[in-house]
Ligand binder design. Structure first.
Ligand SMILES: Nc1ncnc2c1ncn2[C@@H]1O[C@H](COP(=O)(O)OP(=O)(O)OP(=O)(O)O)[C@@H](O)[C@H]1O
Length: 586
């Protein structure tokens, strides 16, 4: 938790003044029982009304001052805690947005959402409590103990005897509840993951009549969370009653011994009342302290989770300046024309999360302006292959080169500007159609937006929408069909005018005629663009300049359609399976 105090630095003033005002309130509060004792002993006992009124007025004034100080402290606490939360959230967001896919896979989206929202909220609350109570509560405890020692030292020994018992209770509860809080947060992540999966996949769940199964899965995770919450709650809930029990025991003992002291004339009645007041103050302060300890135990587990994210560094970073210089030498246009635009040299890759080798010793060369088809069975590594180009992941061994330069030597910005990628899953944002296409290039003119839509075969359907290009896209593109969404994501990639366009099975929802028209249109409008077309359909890639056939992460064949039909068994099988199924279905 200590590391996160850096985010409190801009609020140093609030963090110092807040507790000072709270301390002022505590001092005034501590003086009240003594004032009460004075009022009883010198005013009530001696029937001195003016003394009672004078002390009473002083006590009212002190209470008002104490209340005012408390308000000021709360104001500072709110400023500091909200400011701290905002800074930390922004920092986390910035940090997470720099993560590569490897770190995103490692933490998981739901867990990251929980860490940036619920964990930061918990820390924010801890900061507010830290300012408001962390000094006040122990100060009241110690101050009331000292005041009671001044009143009657022997009687105060009862209180001191209660202290180690309270310490033991606190130790017992915290040592058992702290690990449970961490487990609780992890289970909360699981719930968030299930909710996110279910909401994004709601149509699939309904289509497969899986609602019952999903409800059960959620109920199980929810029950698991509740069981942990109940276990931790059961332990934490012991704290207040046990504290009450010990201190009420102490009060009974004090009343007993205090009575004896009064009989012996060593203590006045007013002093005994003041003594009981101090014990009540200690009791309340201890309850606050124990709740604070629970709060900080929770906060410390949240701080651990937040720090874990902040300490994780992106495995994919910009190169050192010398390497950038190398990449800049790529400006040599002559060289660009001679070297292959893309080269995979002995590339092998495995995801960190599983450790399995997904691509093995891949060697491929692609020339500028070529259209390259990538085909293979599901899970053969096609998407992984293209994700190595924009460095969504880094190769495990070997090299990926663009224009003869290792992709690791480009700045990420420069590299990713060269590549337009249309992912398998069409993701759109809320906003108009124009805004969604312009997402790729904010400076694009209306004409450029229209041209990109035209090439992507989207112009016609957009014109048919009630507000044309100004039609609103619902969150996730819910008001568009799968094929319409795909065409918009293609337009969004085309508007960046990339050197390399990657279509990762992104025309799968298009009919054969639109699919063919799309490929023709891309070829006509962007002759210099190198296009990588991942597809499960032979018909989509058969005209490509070369076709890469992947099988279990290895290259099974490279060549043109006709050559592969003669030389590559895997390609033949895919081709035959598709032509027979087409014949069967026709
Ligand atoms: N983020 C990931 N973490 C761990 N393993 C992954 C990840 N993404 C893919 N894989 C695994 O890598 C292998 C190749 O996956 P990839 O998505 O590249 O295949 P693909 O050929 O594109 O499949 P499809 O045609 O179904 O899209 C699969 O075994 C898959 O389970």
């Amino acid at each position: 938790m200590y590391k996160l105090t850096a985010y409190l630095k801009p609020f140093r003033k609030e963090c110092i003044l807040g507790p000072i005002f709270k301390l002022l309130e505590a001092i005034l509060e501590l003086l009240l029982p003594t004032m009460l004792a004075l009022m009883i002993n010198h005013g009530v006992a001696k029937h001195d009304t003016s003394y009672v009124i004078w002390i009473g007025l002083l006590m009212v004034l002190m209470s008002i001052l104490g209340y005012g100080s408390s308000l000021i402290c709360q104001y500072y606490a709110a400023l500091a805690s909200q400011g701290f939360g905002t800074l930390l959230r922004n920092k986390l967001y910035k940090h997470i947005s720099g993560f590569s896919y490897a770190e995103l896979d490692h933490f998981g989206t739901s867990s990251l959402i929980n860490r940036i929202t619920s964990d930061v909220n918990q820390l924010q609350l801890a900061v507010a409590m830290l300012i408001r109570l962390v000094i006040r509560a122990p100060f009241i405890c110690i101050g009331a103990l000292i005041m009671s020692m001044i009143l009657d030292f022997r009687l105060s020994l009862v209180l001191m005897a209660a202290t180690p018992i309270l310490g033991l209770i606190l130790y017992f509860i915290i040592s058992r509840s702290a690990p449970m809080y961490r487990a609780y947060q992890q289970k909360l992540d699981r719930i968030a993951q299930l909710v996110s999966e279910n909401l994004t996949g709601v149509r699939v769940i309904r289509a497969f009549a899986k609602r019952k199964g999903e409800k059960e899965r959620f109920a199980k995770a929810s029950e698991d969370l509740a069981t942990t919450a109940i276990r931790v709650g059961r332990i934490s809930s012991l704290l207040s009653p046990l504290t009450f029990l010990v201190l009420n025991g102490a009060i009974i003992a004090i009343l007993w011994f205090g009575g004896i002291h009064i009989d012996e004339g060593r203590l006045s009645q007013g002093e005994l009342i003041a003594f009981i007041n101090y014990i009540t103050q200690i009791l309340l302060a201890l309850i606050v302290v124990s709740n604070l300890i629970i709060l900080f135990t929770k906060a410390s587990s949240c701080a651990g989770r937040v720090n874990e994210v902040l300490e994780a560094t992106s495995s994919i970073v910009d190169p050192v300046p010398a390497a950038i210089r190398d990449a800049n030498e790529e400006k040599d246009q002559a060289a660009e024309q001679t070297v292959p635009v893309i080269r995979f040299s002995h590339v092998s890759f495995g995801y960190n999360t599983t450790g399995d080798t997904v691509l093995e010793d891949i060697n491929v060369e692609i020339k500028r302006g070529e259209t390259v088809g990538i085909i293979g069975s599901t899970g053969s590594g096609k998407s992984t292959f293209v994700q190595l180009l924009p460095r969504f992941y880094d190769v495990t061994t070997g090299e990926v080169l663009i224009n003869g330069i290792n992709v690791k030597n480009y700045t990420l910005r420069k590299l990713r500007r060269k590549i337009g990628i249309v992912p398998q899953k069409a993701i759109l944002f809320s906003g108009t159609i124009t805004e969604n296409i312009r997402f790729g290039n904010e400076e694009a003119s209306d004409e450029e937006v229209r041209l990109a839509a035209k090439i992507a075969q989207a112009d016609e359907f957009i014109a048919g929408l009630p507000d044309g290009y100004n039609t609103s896209v619902a969150r996730g593109g819910a008001n568009l069909s799968g094929g319409q969404k795909q065409r918009l994501t293609i337009a969004r990639a085309l508007i960046t005018n990339p050197d390399i366009l990657i279509l990762d099975d992104s025309a799968s929802a298009l009919d054969f005629i639109t699919d063919a028209a799309l490929r023709r249109s891309i070829a006509e409008h962007s002759r210099d663009m190198t296009v990588l077309l991942i597809s499960q359909r032979v018909s989509t890639i058969r005209q490509a300049d070369q076709i890469i056939v992947l099988e279990n992460g290895k290259i099974a064949g490279v060549g043109k359609h006709d050559d592969l039909l003669g030389s590559c068994e895997v390609y033949q099988e895919i081709y035959i399976s598709q032509t027979t199924s087409e014949v069967k279905s026709s």
